[in-house]
Design a protein around this ligand. Structure first.
Ligand SMILES: NC(=O)c1ccc[n+]([C@@H]2O[C@H](COP(=O)([O-])OP(=O)(O)OC[C@H]3O[C@@H](n4cnc5c(N)ncnc54)[C@H](O)[C@@H]3O)[C@@H](O)[C@H]2O)c1
Length: 272
């Protein structure tokens, strides 16, 4: 018996990486899953995720949307609800891969772009999900994927760090404002996660010492994390096991932040 038997979960940015890892573990535990990406149709990478979900005997549906676009995001929810009938779990996970800008290279366009989908988009997706959960009854789970960048600064991460710190704070307000609804709101803050798309036969090597750059040198667990490590925390929060965790952020970083500041050789003067 899975921990999420019969649950309906929508995950943003779930074509690959951490979102795909969570979607697959949720399906292994009995959930039907809605996948999201800005791509209109699933490509080969997404096809593998869908196949893994279907191999568990669960349903996978595809809901293309830029989560920073209000109309597209609302359409994503409409289509998911039409396909699945209800929503029990929302995982806000989508983010652009163009995340880093130096302080002086950060212009208003970049600020608005990142904030628009990765902070404002998360809030309004959570708001839509919560209103559906209240309407249908039975509570629900809202999980935002944050980052170790919420806690300390790396070069060029001002906007990204502000967003992730904002998400950690956002779930506290949501927990308070949604009190009594049975909906829990939490974040997971991953450390350094290896998100390369690998052929299935190479999966067992992921995160092995020496296999992925220098992660083993400065992470106490001596390796980069894998999407499944984040998925494990998401499964805990999404299931009955995490029922009494609310307004919290769970750090899943292999001890990365415990050891103080990792060495960063990219030292340079600010440029204007
Ligand atoms: N990989 C890491 O080391 C790491 C560390 C800390 C936090 N995170 C967080 O984990 C989450 C997932 O990141 P990942 O590492 O799996 O990256 P990823 O690039 O593999 O996944 C992000 C997905 O989001 C999609 N996406 C981008 N913009 C979108 C938009 N506007 N609307 C809908 N989908 C969009 C992308 O197409 C992609 O499939 C992010 O929130 C990221 O900040 C990752």
């Amino acid at each position: 018996m899975g921990l999420l038997e019969g649950k309906k979960a929508l995950l943003t940015g779930s074509r690959r990486g951490i979102g795909a890892g969570i979607a697959t573990l949720f399906a292994e535990h009995g959930a039907d899953v809605g996948l999201n990406s800005p791509r209109p149709e699933p490509d080969e990478v997404a096809g593998r995720v869908i196949a893994a979900i279907e191999a568990c005997g669960r349903r996978a549906t595809w809901h293309p949307a830029d989560v920073g676009d209000t109309a597209a995001r609302e359409r994503m929810f409409d289509e998911f609800l039409a396909a699945h009938g209800r929503i029990d779990i929302l995982v806000n996970n989508a983010v652009t891969s163009d995340q880093m800008r130096s302080f002086f290279e950060t212009d208003e366009e970049f600020w608005d772009f990142l904030m628009g989908h990765a902070l404002k988009g998360y809030f309004f997706a959570a708001k839509r999900a919560a209103s559906e959960m209240i309407r249908q009854g039975g509570g629900g789970r809202i999980i935002n994927i944050s980052s170790v960048h919420a806690y300390r600064a790396w070069p060029d991460d001002t906007v990204y760090g502000v967003i992730k710190a904002g998400l950690n704070r956002m779930v506290k307000s949501m927990a308070v404002d949604l009190a009594g609804t049975g909906i829990t709101c939490n974040c997971i803050a991953p450390g350094y996660i290896d998100i390369r798309v690998l052929p299935p036969e190479e999966e067992p090597n992921r995160g092995r010492e020496g296999w992925f750059d220098e992660a083993h040198a400065y992470i106490p667990s001596r390796r980069a994390g894998a999407p499944r490590h984040i998925a494990g925390a998401a499964l805990f929060l999404a299931s009955e096991l995490g029922d009494y965790v609310n307004g919290e952020t769970i750090l899943v970083d292999g001890g990365l932040l415990s050891g103080g500041t990792p060495d960063d050789r990219r030292r340079r003067e600010p440029r204007q």
